[in-house]
Design a protein around this ligand. Structure first.
Ligand code: SF4
Ligand SMILES: [Zn+2]
Length: 337
């Protein structure tokens, strides 16, 4: 059935926002494994205040729980013909029962037991949620019925409460994240932590230092650290800053440096970064000439976790980036010893 959403564009409420096949590095197997990512359309994130986030555009108040199950059923028809990783996201929190009810959550767990015939199984199920929705009962629903490994992703963005509270407006603390992460671990699942490279109002160098320091602090709680390279989404406060020249998305050199610094110290953790919008003015970018090469190197690193792939990347613009880093250090100092 078609429905008109808040932006007056036609959406199909029994189809997901998007779904696609890919590969993802699996630490247990030390190799990339086939993955299916599904973004279910739900009522959307209840918070809706993070300054860089425009995901609420993908939500609709008209979605029923039956629609969500229909979306999943449709997506699973295209699932891989081999054991795979399923990343089952909403444009909000999977564990928020205003988006996915308890009954639907349990129904989904049953649907995933045999996603496509009895011989194919899900190796890892990944969901995303804000920490306030995490409870042992909800995690249990998604754990014990199936035989997959459950990974719960949370968008902490930074371990710095001041940046998260005042610059991002995330609305929860590092302590909230740690409490939820401990609960998840106690239940037998693991945590994927999203860190944001370059929140608004933070200089390039400070952002790089913040993400490296944050990775150090979240490492004891995380099986995977995913660096989100900030991009400028439409109809967000960040877009207003960007249009007025008060924000530039991170350089891809900063992303490379962050990945290198984090992975060198945390070899037991999967470090990844999906360079969404890389090479575009709204996305992480360098000079325009080297963006594709750096983006492809980051994508290859994601699949192999081999830092050698990031060695030898170069371009004339790297000098500019170094100069920017030195200027930032002169202006704002450095927090990295
Ligand atoms: S970043 Fe996450 S928590 Fe923040 S508004 Fe977007 S969906 Fe909600
Ligand atoms: Zn360049």
């Amino acid at each position: 059935m078609d429905m008109t959403d808040v932006n007056s564009t036609k959406i199909k409420i029994n189809r997901p926002v998007a779904s696609w096949l890919d590969y993802e590095f699996l630490m247990e197997e030390q190799k990339p494994v086939r993955s299916l990512t599904v973004i279910l359309r739900t009522a959307g994130c209840q918070w809706r205040r993070c300054r860089m986030c425009g995901y609420w555009h993908e939500s609709s108040a008209h979605i029923t729980q039956a629609d969500i199950l229909a979306q999943l059923d449709y997506s699973l028809r295209a699932s891989p013909k081999e054991d795979f990783i399923l990343k089952l996201y909403t444009s909000g929190s999977f564990l928020d029962e205003r988006e996915i009810s308890a009954t639907t959550r349990r129904h989904i767990a049953r649907m995933l037991e045999q996603p496509q015939g009895k011989d194919i199984k899900i190796k890892k199920l990944v969901i995303e949620t804000r920490p306030e929705y995490v409870s042992a009962a909800k995690i249990d629903d998604l754990l014990h019925i199936g035989h997959w490994h459950l990974e719960v992703a949370m968008g902490l963005e930074t371990a710095d409460d001041f940046i998260r509270l005042h610059y991002i407006d995330k609305g929860f603390s590092f302590a909230d994240f740690k409490n939820a992460a401990r609960l998840i671990a106690d239940c037998g699942a693991t945590v994927k932590t999203y860190l944001l490279l370059k929140p608004p109002f933070v200089s390039e160098r400070s952002a790089l230092e913040d993400v490296i320091k944050s990775a150090e602090l979240v490492a004891p709680f995380s099986g995977v650290i995913s660096l989100n390279l900030c991009n400028v989404q439409r109809y967000t406060p960040l877009e207003e800053l960007w249009k007025r020249g008060y924000y530039r998305p991170p350089w891809l050199w900063s992303a490379v440096e962050a990945i290198r610094a984090i992975k060198q110290k945390k070899k037991h953790i999967v470090v990844m970064s999906d360079p969404v919008g890389a090479g575009h003015l709204r996305g992480p970018h360098n000079c325009g000439y080297c963006d594709t090469a750096v983006k492809e190197a980051i994508k290859e690193f994601n699949l192999t976790q081999d830092l050698n792939i990031l060695e030898g990347l170069n371009c004339d613009c790297k000098d500019k980036w170094h100069t920017l880093m030195r200027c930032d250090e002169f202006l704002f100092g450095s927090t990295i010893e």
